[in-house]
Write a protein that binds this ligand. Structure first.
Ligand code: UDX
Length: 440
C-alpha cells in the first residue's frame, strides 16, 4: 500500500518506520526542511532505541522516504496518516491548530478519493469534524473517509510497542475504510479492535487517564505506606498478582510526566466539562500528581530547614529512562524551585542534557558524568531511573558528597544495601533510612 504520514514527531516517525518495515511504501511529510534532510540520511531527530537502524534499513530498501512536498506525497498515496501534535492550550483543551493546517493542505492537494487516518490524539468528535471540513472544502467528485487509529506506543520502547503492542484500535463509520486499515495493519500480527469513531477517540483518552490514575493510586498508597511502616514495593507486588489489578504501572515514584499523561488527563477533564460532567476522580489524579512531583523537595526542605546556599546534585532530567524527552518531567519542577530558592544545582542525565539546556534556568551547571554531579554536594535527587544510576556503588555517595543525603524519587536502590551504607536515604513509600545526622 502507498501511504503518507504527515508530521514526523514521535508518533508520526515511528508510525512511518513501522509501516515501512511491514512492507508498505511510506512517505513521511514534514514542513521542516532541516529535519527532512536529517531523516533522509537515516538519522532520527529524537532519541529512541532501535529507531535509526530501522530508518536506515527501510530507506535503503526504498520503502521509506521523507519530503517537505505534501502535494506529491498525498497524490501518490492511497491513505494519508495524520500524526501532527495536539499540544494543550492554557485551559487544558487540545490545541487543534496543526490538525486544521493539515486539513487545509489535504483539501488543497488531493485530486482523488482518499482515506485519512488520524493517529494524533484528538478530542471526541474531532474526526467527524475533520471529515465534515474536508468534504465541504473538496470539490464534489472527491470524497474522503476518516478513520481514527489512536497510538499507544511508549517513548523509550516505541519499537517494541509498534511490533508487539497489545491491540490496534480502528474506529470507522465506513466498513470498507475500516477493512482497508485492518489489511494495512495485518502484518503486525497484533489483535485488532474495530469500533466506531467516537469510541476509538475515547479509548485513547480513557486508557491514558486510567494509567495515570493507577500511578497516582499507587503513589498515594506509597505515601500512606511511609506513615504506617509498610513497603510500597511489597504492596505493589502483592496487589499485582491479582490479574484483575495487573502488575504493571504500579511503580511508585515522584509522579508521572511526559508528553501524554499530563496533557491527555487535562484534555479529558475538559472533554467532560464541555458536556457538563465534573470528572472529580480525574481532577484529583491531576492535582495529586502536581503535589507528588514536589514531594521529595518538600521533604528535603523539611530536613535541612532551608536549601538556600546548598549544593544539590540532580541525577536524571528525562521524564523516564531511555528517552531524551523532558516534557512535564518532575525534574523541571524540582530544579526550577531549587534555583529560585538559591541552591547551587549540578545536573547530569545520560541523554537529555541538550533538551534540559533549552528549558532550565541559566544558573544550572551541567556535568558530564553522574559522579561529577554528586561530587561535593549536600544532597542529591535521583529523578529518572536510568540503569546507569542503579549501578552507582553506594560508596560513591559517602565518598564524594559533603553529606550523603540521597532523595531517590525512583526507588533505584535496595533498602537492605542502603541500611549499612552510611547514606541518608529517602525514597518513595519505603522506610526513610537515616544513617547520619543531616548537616545544616
Ligand atoms: C504513555 C502511555 O504508556 C502510552 O500508551 C501512550 O501512547 C503515551 O503515553 P509514555 O508517556 O511514553 O507513554 O511513558 P510511560 O512509560 O507510560 O510513562 C509515563 C510516566 O509515568 C513516566 O513519567 C513514568 O515515570 C511514569 N510511571 C510509569 C510511573 O511513575 N510509574 C509506573 O508504574 C509507570
Amino acid at each position: 500500500m502507498n501511504i503518507s504520514v504527515v508530521g514526523t514527531g514521535y508518533v508520526g516517525l515511528v508510525t512511518g518506520v513501522g509501516l515501512s518495515e511491514i512492507n508498505h511504501n511510506v512517505t513521511c511529510v514534514d514542513t521542516n526542511p532541516q529535519k527532512v534532510d536529517l531523516m533522509s540520511k537515516g538519522r532520527s531527530p529524537i532519541y529512541e532505541p532501535g529507531l535509526e537502524e530501522l530508518m536506515e534499513k527501510n530507506i535503503k530498501l526504498g520503502r521509506l522516504r521523507f519530503t517537505t512536498e505534501h502535494k506529491g506525497a498525498f497524490n501518490n498515496s492511497d491513505v494519508i496518516y495524520i500524526a501532527v501534535g495536539t499540544p494543550d492550550n492554557e485551559d487544558g483543551t487540545a490545541n487543534l491548530t496543526y490538525i486544521n493546517q493539515v486539513i487545509d493542505v489535504i483539501a488543497n492537494s488531493i485530486t482523488e478519493d482518499k482515506i485519512i487516518v488520524t493517529k494524533s490524539t484528538v478530542p471526541v468528535g474531532t474526526n467527524h469534524l475533520i471529515m465534515k471540513k474536508l468534504n465541504e472544502k473538496l470539490p464534489n467528485h472527491i470524497k474522503v473517509e476518516v478513520v481514527s487509529n489512536p497510538e499507544f506506543l511508549r517513548e523509550g520502547s516505541a519499537i517494541e510497542d509498534i511490533f508487539h503492542g497489545d491491540r490496534i484500535v480502528i474506529g470507522a463509520d465506513n466498513q470498507l475504510a475500516s477493512e482497508i486499515i485492518r489489511e494495512i495493519n495485518k502484518p503486525y500480527n497484533i489483535p485488532i479492535f474495530e469500533t466506531d469513531i467516537r469510541s476509538a477517540e475515547m479509548i485513547k483518552y480513557a486508557s491514558n487517564a486510567f494509567l495515570a490514575t493507577k500511578i497516582s493510586f499507587i503513589n498515594e498508597i506509597a505515601n500512606i505506606c511511609e506513615k504506617v511502616e509498610a513497603n510500597v514495593e511489597e504492596v505493589a507486588l502483592g496487589m499485582g498478582m491479582d490479574s484483575r489489578v495487573g502488575n504493571q504501572f504500579l511503580r511508585a515514584g515522584i509522579g508521572y510526566g511526559g508528553s501524554c499523561f499530563p496533557k491527555d488527563t487535562k484534555a479529558l477533564k475538559k472533554i467532560a466539562e464541555n458536556v457538563d460532567y465534573d470528572f472529580k476522580l480525574l481532577s484529583s489524579v491531576i492535582e495529586f500528581n502536581n503535589r507528588q512531583q514536589r514531594k521529595l523537595l518538600d521533604q528535603a526542605i523539611n530536613d535541612f530547614g532551608t536549601l538556600k546556599g546548598k549544593t544539590v546534585g540532580i541525577l536524571g532530567v528525562a521524564f523516564k529512562p531511555n528517552t531524551d524527552d523532558i516534557r512535564e518531567a518532575s525534574s523541571l519542577v524540582i530544579i526550577r524551585d531549587l534555583i529560585k530558592m538559591g541552591a547551587k544545582v549540578k545536573v547530569y542525565d545520560p541523554v537529555a542534557i541538550d533538551n534540559a539546556k533549552k528549558e532550565l534556568p541559566i544558573e544550572v551547571e551541567y556535568k558530564n558524568t553522574a559522579l561529577d554531579a554528586i561530587n561535593n554536594t549536600d544532597l542529591v535527587f535521583i529523578l529518572t531511573e536510568w540503569d546507569e544510576f542503579k549501578s552507582i556503588p553506594l560508596e560513591c555517595f559517602t565518598d564524594s558528597m559533603l553529606t550523603p543525603n540521597v532523595y531517590d524519587g525512583r526507588n533505584c536502590f535496595d533498602l537492605e544495601n542502603v541500611k549499612n551504607s552510611g547514606i541518608n536515604y529517602c525514597s518513595i513509600g519505603r522506610k526513610y533510612i537515616k544513617n547520619q545526622k543531616v548537616k545544616l
